[in-house]
Ligand binder design. Structure first.
Ligand SMILES: Nc1ncnc2c1ncn2[C@@H]1O[C@H](COP(=O)(O)OP(=O)(O)OP(=O)(O)O)[C@@H](O)[C@H]1O
Ligand SMILES: [Mg+2]
Length: 385
């Protein structure tokens, strides 16, 4: 297992997420479409790629990153092109003859598949529906994983309008609810921002009601121990149990990304010397990890993109206080909401912050704390001060 800090991992580099993979297949096999929800960097894309590499029999899987797409027809064009490249679809005679007869201007119809260029204009959603109807014939089920779907929705809202966003959600829902399609096709949505937050902002919560939720929690302490063992074994690097416990204590919210990152820092500083890793050395490694802007910047970036003006100021001040004092009370939150005149929207903002993994109030509903002490420390140093 290689020490990877950033890109998605799969195969030998993927640390066991057996329970979530099991849940994934249970939902798929009982006919559900899925929304995978988890805060940033917990391993959503990795989980999907791992599933794609190890499909159960009878399933073909497409994973598509839609981050750069900003309009509905373009979304369906890209989706259609990718589906047509799949062996399951491209070789279906019904699909081929449908194209020959119904879609003029398609040049490539052959064993290497069909592809629409960006200059041809068709109603790609309509064509996609016909293609998805046709694939049921060979008895396989197609799983379509749409990664960064919430970003596409956000792009559409920004570049076109909220009503274009609602239309986009509606078209996707119609696909899922088409009786012929839902027999042989399952949709899986995820992304680095919470789909529910974007959807709530345009008052369209109903458009996700039919999706089953799959949560990806952080690792348990036992699993975090195991991940550290696997990584240190690979690099012939020694971490005794005091060191491992200290790391777990400091990370607290056991996102595999932070474990990979801290091991990376420790390896870069100490492998060659074969020194004992003491808590002081772990503290130093945490400090260098916090210097890695690209590991954390997205926590602030997201805030800037989600809210403007007073709403932005409200969210920022709330997080600033929580980062400086370790917590923030619900009464203080109400006071800040009044200060910035956002008493209408502040509940939505707080629940977005919860959903996206910034803060949590499970222990006591009135007290909010940062989920991750690591993010809290980064925030205190880089945003609050
Ligand atoms: N199962 C895993 N085993 C080992 N490392 C993992 C695992 N899942 C995630 N990671 C670590 O987290 C990093 C990010 O993983 P991934 O891109 O899958 O997360 P994500 O939730 O899709 O992130 P984003 O919200 O940014 O899209 C990886 O580079 C790796 O360091
Ligand atoms: Mg991802």
């Amino acid at each position: 297992m290689k020490n990877i800090t950033g890109p998605p991992v799969f195969g030998e580099d993927f640390f066991d997420r057996e329970e979530q993979i099991q849940q994934f297949w249970e939902l798929i096999e009982s006919g559900h479409h899925i929304l995978i929800s988890a805060p940033r960097r917990v391993g959503k894309t990795s989980l999907m790629l791992q599933v794609r590499e190890n499909p159960r029999s009878g399933y073909s899987i497409l994973h598509l990153d839609t981050e750069s797409i900003n309009n509905e027809n373009e979304f369906f064009r890209r989706l259609l092109n990718n589906i047509l490249k799949m062996e399951l679809v491209g070789r279906t005679e019904k699909v081929m003859s449908f194209f020959r007869e119904n879609v003029p201007g398609v040049k490539k119809v052959g064993t290497d598949g069909i592809e629409f260029g960006s200059r041809e204009v068709h109603n790609y959603n309509e064509i996609l529906i016909r293609v998805l109807h046709a694939i049921g014939e060979n008895g396989q089920t197609l799983i379509i994983m749409l990664d960064e779907f919430p970003m596409t929705l956000e792009n559409i809202i920004k570049d076109e309008s909220e009503s274009a966003g609602r239309h986009f959600l509606g078209s996707n829902r119609e696909l899922r609810q088409d009786p012929l399609i839902s027999k042989n096709v399952r949709f899986v949505y995820t992304g680095s921002i919470g789909l529910e937050n974007v959807v709530n902002r345009i008052h369209s919560a109903g458009s996700l009601m039919d999706l089953a939720r799959l949560m990806i929690p952080p690792l348990s302490p036992g699993h975090a121990f195991e991940l550290m063992d696997k990584l240190s074994k690979e690099y012939d690097f020694t971490l005794n149990s005091i060191a491992k416990e200290y790391i777990i204590d400091r990370i607290h919210w056991l996102n595999p990304f932070y474990i990979q990152s801290i091991i990376w820092e420790l390896r870069s500083a100490y492998t060659t010397l074969h020194e004992t890793i003491t808590p002081e050395r772990i503290d130093t490694a945490f400090n260098s990890m916090l210097e890695q802007r690209n590991h954390f910047e997205h926590w602030y970036d997201r805030l800037r993109k989600s809210w403007e003006g007073n709403e932005h100021n409200f969210a920022k001040e709330l997080l600033n206080i929580a980062s400086e004092t370790g917590m923030i009370h619900a009464n203080q939150i109400n006071d800040i909401a009044e200060k910035y005149s956002v008493t209408e929207s502040h509940r939505d903002i707080v629940s977005s912050l919860k959903y996206d993994g910034y803060i949590d109030n499970t222990d006591d509903p009135k007290i909010y704390r940062f989920n991750s002490p690591v993010v809290m420390e980064w925030w205190r140093k880089n945003v609050a001060n």
